[in-house]
Each structure stands twice: as C-alpha cells, then as structure tokens.
Design a protein around this ligand. Structure first.
Ligand code: ADP
Ligand code: MG
Length: 422
C-alpha cells in the first residue's frame, strides 16, 4: 500500500520518459521480441558493438540510432551534418563485412555523438545526442503501428494498431481514422484472446505472423500494467521476412506517481533530456509544468491553478505554465517559483493568484517582493490576493514601491494581465 512506503522521495510529475534502448531492455526482459542492440556513449564503444551484433546473426547490417527523448529521428537531420539522419543504416556487404561496418560506424558515431539532431518533435533548437544504440539490422517485410495508451476518459488501457506503420500516427488519425483499430482492455481480464485475434486479423496478418502478433500484443499489454506505463508506442512494429513480429522502435512513458514501485525505472531517468525549469521546480518541491503561452502564473492549489489557466484562456490569453506553490509555501519557495517563471523568455507578464487559507497572503507578498528585488521585474505583474491576512499582504506590496497592479478578483486579474501583455 502506498501509505506504507518509506523509501526515497521520487519525483511526482506528469510522466517519466526513458530512451528507446531502455524501453527495449524492459521489453526483452518480458519476452517481447526486439532486435539485439548495444548502447554506446563513445566512438570506441560504438565500433566495439559491431562485431558481436554481426556475428550473432550472420547479418552484415547494423543500424546506428541516436538516443534522444523525441521521435522522428529517422527523418531528422543534424545541424552540424545536414545530410546525416538520426537513424542510419550501415550496410557493409557480406565479404569482409565486419571491418567495413566497423569503419563506417566509427565515422558515423564520430559525427553523431555530441552533435545536435533536429526532428519534428525537438523544435528547431534540436537535442544533443549523447548516446547511440547500435542495433542489428532487421529484414523488414511490413511496418505496422502499435500502441498501448492509458485512456483517462475510460480509465483503461487501450491497444491501438494500424497498418500505417512508420508514419506519424497523428496524420493517420486526422486523414484516415478508419485505419486505426482499437481494443479497450478490461483491467480484470487483460487483453482477451478474441480482441488480440481481431486486431491481428484487422492488420491483415496470417500464419506465423498472426500468431506472433497475438503473443506480442498480450505480452506488451501485460507489461503496460506491470510497469505502470501511460504510453507504450511501437512505431514501427515490424513483420520480418521470416514471419517474426518485432518492436523496431520503442517509446515508453510512465506514471511518475507510481515510480515508487519501480525504482529501477526511476533510475533510467535522463535529466539531460528534461526541461531545466521543471527540474529546478522539482528541487523546490513545486508542481510546475511548462506550457507554450506568454502569461506566467503563480498560484496555490492545483484546483485554483487549473481555473486560473482556464480564465486566462477565457479572456483571450495563453498561460506560460502551470505552477502550484502548494498550501504551506514559505517566502523562499515563492521566491524560487518567481525566479523560475521570470527565467522563461516567453513570459510577457505574470499573474499571481493566491487564496490565503493555510498559506497567508503576507507570506506570499514577502516572497514576491523579495523575488522581484533579487531578479528584477522586466514584465508587468498583476497580483490578486484573497484570504488570511489579505490587508497586510496588500500593504506589503503597496509599500514595496514595486510596479504591481492589484486585482479585485480572478477575472479582473486575468483581464488586466492579458491587456498589459498585448
Ligand atoms: P524514429 O521513429 O525516431 O524515426 P525509428 O526507430 O522508428 O526512429 O527508426 C526509423 C526507421 O528506421 C524505421 O521506420 C525503420 O524503417 C528503420 N529502422 C530502425 N531500426 C531498424 C533496424 N534495427 N533495422 C532495420 N531498419 C530499422
Ligand atoms: Mg519510430
């Protein structure tokens, strides 16, 4: 039971992501078919991976795969090497294949490691590649799509498959939604045989591929429950020329609140892939999620934070973040929160919306004033305080000499900040 847990504090947040090679380790350990591969963080490690992979299968093809927390790597390109893709196949020929493949991998790894890969999911700034996965080349017959998604609307995992593997599933969903087949999984039963058979049939599979696909789906959906994933996406899931069914790519993310049950997964976290602002917020025990808008919000309580974002949108603005400083925040915590918000260059204005219950308005006011003195204030600030010690709080802000606009209520505050940022 959760209440009995006394281990180390683990990050609570929306979702924890891991790399493809880690997802494949987890799958392999559960009997789910993946190609063999070896992780490399240096050029020498990448070269050393080639011989064992080629000799294991007698197949002279290896694939060098950039490990970043973003998809679209195959079509992505390096800023430093515009002709080089993030997933590159090395075909060295049967004769003398190993040495030739080693040399090719040496050159590729030398370029890829430390360079910046831009894909449709990284944004134009791209992501630095620090790890490579050297993988066996697979003889692909067809590329399919498969995912297990936690559907919050029905509180169940949903298995989705499509014949349109290798392409962006969002495109398929938009233009040809009939090509996505779904099965909702009853948690008490798991994926039923008839459901798996239905989907495998819908994918047009026959013979060994049909049977292998059913085993694959059953094992993967069981793993989703065991590992507390909120998403497993296999794109592509491939059928090999020999009728095997294999995960060629693997994206997994987990319910961060369940990671106390999976310390080995919590350790797979790669902080260099995460948003620095979210990491800093986690250190101060703030619930913070970065969004795309321009209005920074500082709020106490998750419910009030949600309704603040709603009202900002309602009056025509876009929130830059979700930030809940919590019920018992100290002035220090408020200062930390304020600094995190102001660091974001997209923030064009800040809305502080606090209901002082347990949290007193004067504490918030002191924190805001201290933070502004420390980091300065380049953008408009609207403060709405309500609750315990509200008069004292307002007095502290008024006497601080800061350029702060006070708001009489939530909607008034939202309207004022939206106007000031226009
Ligand atoms: P991403 O989705 O980030 O582009 P993938 O792992 O899906 O990365 O790889 C992109 C494409 O590269 C795949 O659709 C597949 O065609 C090819 N590919 C990836 N891994 C292998 C492999 N081990 N053997 C053969 N082809 C591969
Ligand atoms: Mg993929």
């Amino acid at each position: 039971m959760r209440g009995d847990y006394h281990g180390p504090a683990v990050r609570k947040g929306p979702s924890l992501k891991i790399h493809e090679y880690q997802a494949k380790q987890l799958m392999k350990a559960r009997g789910i078919s993946v190609p063999s591969g070896l992780l490399a963080t240096t050029v020498d490690e990448a070269v050393a991976a080639v011989r064992p992979l080629i000799e294991e299968l007698g197949n002279p093809v290896v694939v060098v795969k950039s490990q970043i927390h973003a998809g679209g790597r195959g079509k992505g390109r390096f800023i430093e090497y515009p002709d080089l893709g993030g997933v590159t196949v090395v075909l060295a020929g049967i004769d003398g294949g190993v040495e030739a493949a080693e040399e090719a991998v040496r050159e590729l790894a030398g370029k890829m490691l430390g360079s910046t890969l831009v894909t449709i999911q990284t944004g134009p700034e791209g992501k630095q590649v620090n790890r490579l996965y050297i993988e066996q080349g697979v003889d692909i017959e067809t590329e399919l799509y498969l995912s297990v998604v936690l559907d919050r609307a029905v509180s169940r995992n949903v298995l989705m498959v499509s014949t349109e593997g290798g392409t962006e599933i969002e495109e398929v969903a938009e233009h040809t939604p009939e090509k996505i087949l779904r099965a909702t999984i009853d948690p008490a039963i798991g994926l039923a045989n008839f459901q798996a058979a239905d989907l495998a049939y819908g994918l047009g599979l026959e013979g060994d591929a049909f049977k292998n696909a059913i085993s694959f789906m059953k094992a993967l959906t069981a793993a989703a429950v065991e590992l507390d994933t909120d998403l497993i996406e296999i794109n592509p899931l491939v059928v090999t020329k020999a009728g095997g069914v294999m995960a060629l790519d693997g994206k997994m993310s987990f319910d961060a609140n369940a990671m106390f049950r999976h310390p080995h997964i919590a350790q797979m976290r790669d902080e260099s892939e995460e948003d620095p602002a979210e990491l800093e917020a986690a250190e101060h025990d703030l619930s913070f999620i970065k969004l795309d808008g321009s209005i920074g919000c500082m709020v106490n309580g998750a419910g009030l934070a949600m309704s603040t974002m709603d009202i900002i949108k309602y009056v025509g603005g876009e929130p830059a973040n979700f930030l809940d400083v919590g019920g018992g925040a100290t002035a220090d915590k408020v200062t930390a929160a304020f600094k995190i918000i102001t660091k974001d260059p997209r923030v064009k204005g800040i809305f502080v919306n606090i209901f002082g219950g347990i949290m007193k308005c004067d504490t918030i006011a002191i924190g805001v004033v201290e933070a502004v003195k420390e980091v300065g204030l380049q953008v408009p600030l609207v403060v709405r305080l309500e609750g315990t010690n509200v008069d004292l709080g307002k007095q502290i802000i008024d006497e601080s000499g800061l350029n702060v606009v006070s708001a009489s209520d939530m909607k008034d505050g939202a309207q004022k900040i939206v106007e000031l940022t226009k």
